[in-house]
Design a protein around this ligand. Structure first.
Ligand code: ATP
Length: 212
């Protein structure tokens, strides 16, 4: 099984890292590939450059065997689209290996605006991680996809290469990259929200505004 978890990671924080480990654990210890996106198609400017975000990720996962980085979207020209990444991975993995995309409810709520979203279930399974306070529109396409393709157990995902959806509800740390950037901008420490190694590097290069 090959699992990806995409995001802006601007910067990576303990919410992302804990979630990735929880999902890995529930899938029996498979590694989770963190995929930083290049130019986020649904968002504005990022605070850090792609190279800086990648470096912060490397510091954050150092020594953790269940977390990996896949920097393919940073090496690709132009906007990052999950469908392109999944097409590439499917080619590399062949037709039989289960491929899983992990996404929070907040991102999944806009799934039907993603490029080629209808193709995605042909390429991968989707794990939707419930984000407290965010509900899917029960009439919307994302909710319909979950209802039509939903399975109850992680074991089902191993039985076929793609096409299923699973909701997971691991503990969700109420941390956002926006909140971290905002704190740093106000000169307030974001310590304990991000790994100390990440914070030290943010301070060293003076990212996101004033140093606390
Ligand atoms: P921003 O505040 O800049 O929007 P973010 O902290 O929400 O950033 P992203 O990089 O945009 O992080 O999110 C990538 C993925 O991580 C999404 O699928 C999102 O649902 C998930 N995610 C965001 N925050 C958390 C958190 N606290 N715990 C677990 N997953 C999270």
């Amino acid at each position: 099984m090959h699992v990806i978890y995409g995001g802006t990671f601007d910067p990576v924080h303990h919410g992302h890292l804990r979630l990735a480990l929880e999902v890995s654990d529930r899938l029996g210890g498979v590694p989770i590939n963190l995929v930083p996106c290049h130019i986020p198609p649904h968002r504005g400017e990022t605070g850090a450059t792609a190279a800086q975000r990648l470096h912060l990720l490397e510091l954050a996962i150092a020594g953790e065997p269940c977390l990996r980085i896949d920097d393919r979207e940073l090496r690709r020209e132009g906007a990052s689209y999950t469908a392109d990444t999944l097409h590439q991975l499917r080619k590399e993995l062949g037709g039989d290996t289960p491929l899983v995309m992990v996404v929070g409810t907040d991102s999944f709520a806009g799934f039907d605006r993603w490029k080629e979203w209808q193709q995605i279930p042909n390429l991968a399974h989707i794990i939707v991680v419930r984000r407290p306070g965010i509900a899917l529109d029960p009439e919307g396409e994302p909710a319909r996809l979950l209802a039509e393709r939903g399975v109850e157990s992680v074991e089902a995902l191993s039985g076929q290469a793609s096409g299923l959806a699973l909701e997971l509800d691991p503990p969700w740390l109420d941390i956002s990259a926006t909140g971290i950037r905002e704190r740093i901008g106000r000169g307030v420490s974001p310590r304990y929200l991000v790994p100390d190694t990440v914070l030290a590097e943010i301070r060293r290069i003076g990212l996101y505004g004033r140093a606390p």
